[in-house]
Structure formats: C-alpha cells, structure tokens
Design a protein around this ligand. Structure first.
Ligand code: TYD
Length: 224
C-alpha cells in the first residue's frame, strides 16, 4: 500500500552548545500535532549497534581514520535499519546530526582528509542510480564558538568533542559553513545567537514556507 505522505528527512546540525536539543523536541511535537508519524533519532547512534559505536567514538581515544570508519559504520546500520524503512513508510525522520557533522567535526575540527570522507559518504549513502541519500532539509544552528563555549560551561561532564578548545569549534563551524555553501538548497541557516523564542520562529518559518507545517501548528507548537 502506498503511504499517505512521502517521507521527509530533516537533520539538525551545529556546534556543541548551539542549542538544537529543545528545538528538535518542538519540531517533533509540531509534526505529531499534525498527525504525522515521526521517527526521532540521532547520530552517531539510532540503532543498538550504532549506539555501541557512539559510546566508543565519544569516549575512547583512537586514530582519525578509525574514528571516521566507526562513524560511517554506525551510519550505515542506522540508514539500513531505521532511516530508509521509516522514509519508505512515509514518516518524518528527524535526526540530531548526520553526515554534515562528520565533515564539520572530523574534517573541519580534526583536519581529516575530506576526499576520504567523501569516499565513505558515497559508499554508505549511495543509492541505485548513483545519487546519495541526504536529508531533504538540514537546519543548521550557526553560532559564534565563543558564545557556544559560554553556554556549555555549566553543562554536564564533557565528552571527547565537548572538551575541545574554542579554536576546535571555530574549525568545526567553518566545516559546516563549507558544507552549507556546497549544498545551499538543502541547508537553512538559523541564527542561533537569538533568543530561544526567535530561534523557534526562524525554524517554523522554514517549515511553513516548505509547506510541511501548517501555520496554526507552527504558531502554537514547540518550546515556549
Ligand atoms: P551531540 O549530538 O551534541 O549529543 P549530546 O547533546 O548528547 O552531546 O553529541 C554528539 C557528538 O558527536 C558531538 O560532539 C559531535 C560528534 N560527532 C562527530 O564528531 N561526528 C559525527 O559524524 C557526528 C554525527 C557527531
């Protein structure tokens, strides 16, 4: 049976401390309020195997290629087990980070070879006919790394990435900017320095403009 909607794949990106978490919850709630089935997930992770790989990547020291391979191995499992089936059922997949994070953190932040990452991206996200599976929309929380660092200062115990110096996040931010410039129709830049309410308005404006959320739901849904 053909699903009533076509699937939608939305990813959320940005440096640590940019504030995407509460807004992801808001977007999930807004789609559900409109009767859509939402698959809320994250990377690295999203399956039992990928969550194990996440714990390794976030906590254990390893060489950069090993790190990249583990992240893409987790992504492969996540795509096959969760994302592709959910899209085929016509669901809205809301994913906290996807491959742009690998280009930003491993590529920009760690300086890992971008061509190798692009090769892995093709291996893992390649589809019949030669296209790549990418999100339909990437909501990018753009924030000055110094401001993000202040916001993170009283956060919980940092993982291997969160504990990096501000300069690292400057490179990650540049990595995101490069990915956004390379795929401008997929990326929507959100000014994450604004108030929580204004950030929420920016996000709903994008989703309404695309025709994915009705104005009523956009005006009342989401975090206050
Ligand atoms: P994050 O998504 O911020 O989750 P939490 O809010 O629970 O900390 O943490 C995931 C971390 O993993 C983040 O610091 C970025 C990093 N990461 C990479 O380095 N490469 C990747 O490809 C992905 C998806 C995440």
């Amino acid at each position: 049976m053909t699903p009533p909607h076509s699937g939608l794949f939305i990813s959320f990106e940005g440096i640590d401390g940019a504030g995407k978490t509460t807004h992801i919850e808001g977007v999930v709630a807004a789609f559900r309020a409109q009767g859509r089935v939402v698959c809320q997930t994250r990377e690295p992770g999203g399956t039992p195997l990928a969550e194990k790989l996440r714990a390794l990547v976030l906590n254990d020291a390893m060489d950069p290629l090993t790190e990249a391979l583990l992240i893409f191995a987790a992504r492969r499992d996540h795509l096959q087990q969760v994302i592709e089936p959910a899209l085929a059922r016509g669901e809205v997949v809301v994913c906290d980070r996807f491959t742009d994070a690998t280009f930003a953190y491993q590529g920009g932040g760690r300086g890992f070879d971008l061509d190798t990452l692009a090769q892995l991206e093709r291996m893992v996200q390649g589809r019949p006919g030669g296209s790549l599976r990418q999100p339909d929309l990437t909501i990018w929380f753009d924030l000055d790394p110094a401001v993000a660092a202040e916001r993170l200062a009283d956060a919980r115990v940092p993982d291997r990435f969160e504990s990096q110096p501000v300069a690292f996040f400057g490179q990650v931010a540049a990595g995101y900017a490069a990915r956004a410039a390379a795929a401008p129709s997929r990326f929507e830049r959100i000014d994450a320095a604004q108030s929580r309410h204004q950030v929420w308005q920016q996000i709903t404006r994008v989703l309404v403009r695309k025709g994915w959320l009705a104005i009523m739901v956009a005006a009342h849904g989401g975090p206050q």
